[in-house]
Design a protein around this ligand. Structure first.
Ligand code: SAM
Length: 234
């Protein structure tokens, strides 16, 4: 996706970027490539592909939620910063917390935050289930792209969401994940409000945004330890 198509496609999502934001995306791309030579961040490195599959794809979250509001967002398993860093560059109004279990990736994210002088964004090296034990009902929105199956993600992410807030997961293929998540949604007092299916421009691959509303507080017994979550998912 070249720069002009990127800008044009974003307009269709009601996203208009200024020069500073476009320059910051460019700098982020350069840092991604530089650090990717030292640590494993992404297998997608060709510039137009990064703009499509990482930058544009992260911003499709706008199809599920209005990102122009001043809200607290947590990105679970952010990896090299997708979607969290892209959201922060394009929506400085958001207060963002990035979570990942791999320390090297957090070091990279802190370098990006410093280099781009991003404010109101924190990157934390911690496992989601540990973070969710101590940080309850804090975020308006929790997002997670390409991290785990939905029934597992629900237990990791929903305890972090405020009552009335949303957990939104971004996935290429969902197969039978929705059917298999019924019990976890019941136990975690939440329901699927919407499933937004669309095609990524240019390559026409499948994308899904599963938008889950948290109806009531989460029982303190969730999340369980990761061994239990993965061996015996809700
Ligand atoms: N969200 C990014 C993206 O879409 O490019 C990264 C996806 S990568 C496939 C999955 C990431 O989730 C990895 O960086 C991994 O370290 C992290 N992760 C997996 N399980 C996790 C957990 N329980 N807590 C925190 N991070 C986790």
């Amino acid at each position: 996706m070249n720069k002009q198509i990127f800008i044009d496609e974003l307009k269709k999502l009601n996203i208009y970027l200024d020069d500073l934001q476009l320059n910051n995306l460019e700098k982020y791309y350069e840092l991604l490539i530089e650090w990717n030579n030292k640590i494993n961040l992404t297998r997608i490195t060709e510039k137009e592909e990064v703009y499509l599959k990482h930058f544009y794809d992260s911003l499709t979250l706008m199809k599920a939620i209005n990102l122009k509001e001043d809200i607290f967002v947590c990105d679970i398993g952010t990896g090299a910063g997708f979607p969290g860093i892209v959201l922060k560059i394009c929506f400085p109004n958001l207060n963002i917390t990035l979570i990942d279990a791999l320390e090297k990736r957090i070091k990279f994210l802190n370098a990006v935050i410093k280099e781009l002088d991003l404010k109101n964004i924190t990157a934390i090296h911690i496992r989601a289930e540990e973070y969710a034990k101590e940080t309850r009902e804090k975020f308006d929105i929790v997002v997670s792209r390409a991290v785990a199956k939905l029934n597992i993600l629900n237990e990791l992410c929903l305890p972090l969401v405020k009552k009335g807030g949303y957990f939104i997961t971004m996935k290429a293929n969902i197969d039978d994940e929705i059917e298999k998540s019924t019990n976890s949604l019941l136990k975690l007092n939440s329901h699927i409000e919407d499933v937004i299916n669309f095609k990524l421009p240019i390559e026409n691959s499948n994308r899904n945004l599963i938008k889950i509303k948290k109806d009531d507080e989460t029982n303190k017994k969730y999340p369980r330890n990761f061994g239990k979550i993965s061996k015996n998912p809700l």
